[in-house]
Design a protein around this ligand. Structure first.
Ligand SMILES: [Cu+2]
Length: 115
């Protein structure tokens, strides 16, 4: 009887953990930073991160002006389209350094400062 109760509790617990998308065994949730892409570039244009910890950047392009429609993060081999007003997530685990991100023509200037 007590075994059944324990099993029930374990199932309920794992269901609760699954519901919120985490479990004690999983890697920590990535650090999330939202970045707006406007007519003159990125806001914020500089993001801080910790070396070896997963990082999720959430880019949202908010204007048809300018050339923010393509996102490039050369060090991560990332090249993504940014549809207007649609958040686009990019997750990676950075090494220490200063990682640039820019538009498709290398004009906008953004950086991830990783320590
Ligand atoms: Cu450009």
């Amino acid at each position: 009887m007590s075994d059944l109760r324990t099993l029930g509790l374990a199932l309920a617990t794992s269901a609760a953990l699954a519901a919120c998308g985490t479990s004690s065994d999983a890697a920590p949730e990535p650090h999330r930073v939202a970045i707006q892409v406007g007519a003159s570039g990125y806001d914020p244009a500089e993001v801080e991160a910790t070396a070896g910890e997963p990082l999720t950047l959430v880019f949202t392009r908010t204007t048809e002006e300018g050339c923010g429609g393509t996102l490039v993060i050369p060090s991560q081999n990332v090249r993504r389209d940014l549809p207007l007003n649609e958040p686009v997530e990019v997750t990676f685990t950075p090494a220490a350094g200063r990682l640039r991100f820019t538009c498709g023509m290398d004009m906008y200037d953004g950086a991830i400062v990783v320590q």
